[in-house]
Ligand binder design. Structure first.
Ligand code: ACO
Length: 327
């Protein structure tokens, strides 16, 4: 069986910071509530003329900067996003053009906060079958454009950003196991709900209000904890790895309390979980890959370490991978 792994990582976070103190001026909230309930201190906001594709392209270039695989040798570009610039062209095609990956096919994957692991696992299958040798997987979201800035239940949680990974064959380690799962029965717990749907045939091109993120936070919390703990357990079992031997777990960064509960339920020391939610909030699909990139840069993950990536998001969708780090 071919060994396939991540050979380079990159990220891009917009410069503008939105702190909890800034949010106190927008809605009835407090730094104390946001910190104790979520662990978020600040988040990044893309400029109004900065699109999801701009974030994704910058993250892609950052990954390619240190990559042993060059853009011209990338044969698949997969972008995970639920906030594309528009319905089409895909963000992936815009990334393909920007980096000059002339030989690549390109498409987007929509799996909310689980998007990066859904896209990475998809890319891995193309490499495993021999259809392509190298793939670029990017996750980027600009959630600040779909958040209702008058709704304190959601607007304090999200930020913008992108991360990227180059996937290729490796001689040591690589992605040891994959686990993807969906629970469409709970789809109503979170979505982008338009006040009035665009219906040109019976109402003209009217759209009363832009669609915003709506979610049932408490019920999602209750689903996220067992869902993520179970995903780690199954992925570890598939890889033949004892969870106690994991050097690091990089989780989706939605809520520090969710991460603490997942650690307890999965039986892994919380100290092993990499957390950067205080800096960026929840950046949806980009969350886990940005965190992975920083964990590697900070020396929390070293060559030969066995690690877990685990995510959870609207859909509902969850995923986990066990990786033996290759560089
Ligand atoms: N500031 C102050 N008070 C607030 C705020 C705020 N920003 N938001 C809510 N409150 C209030 C509520 O109105 C409520 O007040 P009440 O008791 O008077 O009614 C009180 O705080 C408690 O509200 P809860 O909803 O019970 O707060 P909870 O502790 O559950 O935290 C949170 C809310 C942070 C949303 C949490 O439930 C959570 O993280 N849920 C999971 C979110 C998630 O994982 N989403 C999926 C991934 S995202 C994706 O897929 C794109």
């Amino acid at each position: 069986m071919k060994k396939i792994g991540i050979v380079a990582l990159g990220r891009y976070l917009p410069a503008q910071k939105l702190t909890n103190a800034d949010l106190e001026k927008l809605v009835d909230t407090s730094d104390e509530w946001i910190m104790t309930r979520t662990g978020i201190k600040e988040r990044r906001i893309a400029a109004s003329d900065e699109k999801t594709s701009d974030l994704a392209i910058k993250a892609a270039f950052d990954a390619l900067k240190n990559s042993p695989v060059k853009a011209e040798d990338i044969e698949a570009v997969i972008v995970a996003t639920t906030t594309p610039d528009s319905g089409f062209p895909s963000v992936a095609c815009l990334v393909q053009k920007a980096i000059g990956a002339k030989k690549a096919f390109a498409f987007d994957v929509a799996a909310a906060c689980s998007g990066f692991l859904y896209a990475m696992t998809t890319a891995k299958q193309f490499i495993a079958t021999g259809m392509v040798k190298n793939a670029l997987v990017v996750a980027g979201d600009k959630f600040t454009t779909i958040v209702d800035w008058k709704d304190r239940n959601t607007c304090v949680l999200f930020g913008d950003g992108a991360g990227a990974a180059v996937l290729s064959s490796v001689t040591q380690g690589g992605i040891l196991s994959d686990y993807l799962i969906a629970e469409g029965d709970s789809a109503e717990l979170m979505g982008i709900v338009p006040d009035k749907v665009r219906t040109p045939f019976d109402q003209g091109l009217e759209m009363a209000k832009l669609p915003y993120v709506v979610m049932n936070g408490q019920d999602l919390f209750k689903k996220a904890v067992p869902g993520m703990a179970e995903a780690v357990r199954i992925a570890a079992e598939k890889a033949g790895v004892n969870v106690h031997d994991l050097a690091c777990v990089v989780p989706h960064q939605a809520n520090d309390r969710i991460i603490a509960s997942v650690a307890k339920r999965a039986g892994v020391d919380k100290e092993k979980f990499f957390i950067n939610i205080h800096k960026y909030g929840n950046i949806s699909a980009a969350s886990v890959v940005v965190a992975l990139c920083e964990a590697v840069e900070e020396g929390r993950i070293k060559k030969g370490d066995k690690i877990a990536l685990v995510v959870f998001g609207a859909g509902l969708v969850a995923a986990a991978n066990i990786i033996e780090w290759s560089y």
